[in-house]
Design a protein around this ligand. Structure first.
Ligand SMILES: [Zn+2]
Length: 470
């Protein structure tokens, strides 16, 4: 289903604040056809960008990362050819080369911390490499793509054995680099951050460094797309899965204030964190922009019993998803390179399916471009209507929005199902005959070219930009 609405720009002029709404539309394609001749027949306005994703370049980038032997966080940081230092200097040089090609459009930053942790007992500096592309209209609003550069073998403290980490997570880092190459040639309303993280295998250390850095800079983080293990199609049980990617999200926020908890306990919202609605947005992008390729939303923060850098971003209150291939291969993850009983163990280049990886990267590129071109989700989304035959939805005006789309769904539905659009001046809408108890409600802000923000669930539970807590 599709919550990434591109429907009916022509409808805007018929509506104003609290006007009698037209009948709600399910998001299917057919409902938009007669509404406006101006709406492009292609529901994917960012398709041209996606076509620039190059599987050969992804292969070349991953081969380069593998060539550093190991990228273990505690490995050699000085050698020009082997270890984490050489790897991160290569990523930095790639970002600098891109920046030269776009009139120095990228600010390169290398936030680091020598934090001591059980898996970093000596306090070795953990260094992230970031490229920051400042937004044109709303530079404080930030959309992040991340992957982790570090790798490991069976023993998480083994910093010298070859640890190619081709899929975990050179694939995610290659997605970060490829997105930067393509998107740095354009300008966007919001700021884009391309983040190659380190220290993931040592305890999500790079994710914490990024979260702290974002807080220090006062970024309003709207979305984090953390790509970790995104290039394999040969699942452990023997099946080949190349038609879907999994997007993991928390339902209840890791960072939940008492006010949010109270609202959730009373009125629901357990499956409507901003991260979850970000996942629904990405699912909509896949529906609109990719043929025969689905997002499988997983209503979990990460794989069972496991974690990734998005966890640290969630703990800081930033809406975040984990993107991971449809079926993992456990003989390739966190393994010493070896052959045992005829089975080859280890995370080598042969385990990456580059045409598949290119599709996952193109979904990322399309999602980032859509988010950064659309307005942010409205704030202060509220509903009223207890013991009344109608529901009134209200929201705060969003600078630059061309309109708003008010969504609802039955409380047991996983995705938004019905919507109605208002003009740019509306800040509330009455839905006659809609009993508030029986539905969940949310609002998205609309932008040019039919672009939409993610849907913000009504109430503090769904807020993309909660008040800072420290
Ligand atoms: Zn990983």
């Amino acid at each position: 289903m599709n919550s990434h609405s591109l429907i009916a720009i022509g409808l805007l002029s018929f509506l104003s604040a609290c006007a009698t709404p037209p009948p709600e539309q399910p998001p299917e394609r057919s409902s938009s056809a007669e509404l406006s001749a101006n709406v492009s027949s292609d529901r994917c306005p960012v398709r041209a960008l996606m076509s620039e994703v190059d599987p050969a370049r992804l292969r070349s980038d991953i081969s380069t990362m593998v060539s550093f032997g190991t990228r273990h966080t505690l490995s050699d940081a000085v050698s020009p050819t082997r270890g984490i230092g050489a790897a991160r200097r290569w990523v930095e040089s790639e970002f600098r080369r891109m920046s030269q090609g776009c009139g120095q459009c990228l600010e390169i930053a290398t936030p680091s911390d020598d934090v001591r942790a059980p898996r970093n007992p000596e306090g070795v500096p953990v260094v992230n490499v970031l490229a920051i592309q400042k937004g044109r209209r709303d530079p404080g609003r930030v959309i992040i793509i991340s992957g982790h550069l570090d790798s490991r073998v069976s023993d998480v403290m083994d910093a010298t054995s070859d640890a190619p980490g081709a899929n975990d997570d050179a694939s995610g880092t290659a997605a970060v680099i490829e997105a930067a190459r393509i998107l740095s040639r354009r300008t966007f309303d919001a700021t884009l951050v391309y983040a190659a993280l380190s220290g993931e295998e040592q305890g999500l250390l790079g994710g914490k460094i990024l979260a702290d850095y974002a807080k220090r800079r006062g970024w309003k983080v709207e979305a984090v797309l953390n790509n970790d293990i995104i290039g394999n199609t040969g699942g452990s049980s023997g099946e080949r899965v190349d038609g879907r990617v999994r997007v993991f999200t928390e339902g209840v926020r890791s960072l939940e204030t008492q006010a949010m908890a109270d609202a959730r306990t009373s009125n629901g919202g357990e499956v409507d964190s901003p991260s979850r609605n970000l996942a629904r947005f990405i699912d909509g992008v896949a529906n609109d922009c990719l043929e025969s390729f689905d997002v499988m939303m997983i209503y979990r923060r990460d794989r069972f019993g496991r974690g990734g850098d998005q966890v640290r971003m969630l703990e800081a209150g930033f809406p975040s998803v984990r993107v991971t291939e449809g079926a993992e291969n456990y003989t390739r993850q966190h393994q010493d390179l070896r052959v045992e009983n005829g089975i080859a163990y280890g995370d080598t280049l042969e385990g990456v399916d580059f045409p598949y990886l290119a599709r996952v990267v193109s979904l990322n590129v399309a999602s980032l471009a859509s988010l950064a071109s659309a307005p942010p989700p409205p704030t202060e989304v509220r509903i009223e209507g207890a013991v009344s035959p109608d529901t009134v939805v209200s929201w705060s005006k969003v600078e630059g929005a061309t309109g708003y789309r008010i969504w609802r769904r039955p409380t047991t539905e996983p995705v938004w199902t019905l919507s109605v659009e208002t003009g740019p001046d509306a800040t509330s809408l009455r839905l006659p005959g809609v009993i508030i108890d029986d539905w969940f409600f949310g609002v998205a802000a609309l932008g040019p070219d039919g672009l939409s923000s993610p849907v913000q669930f009504a109430g503090p539970v769904g807020a993309f930009f909660p008040p800072p807590t420290d």
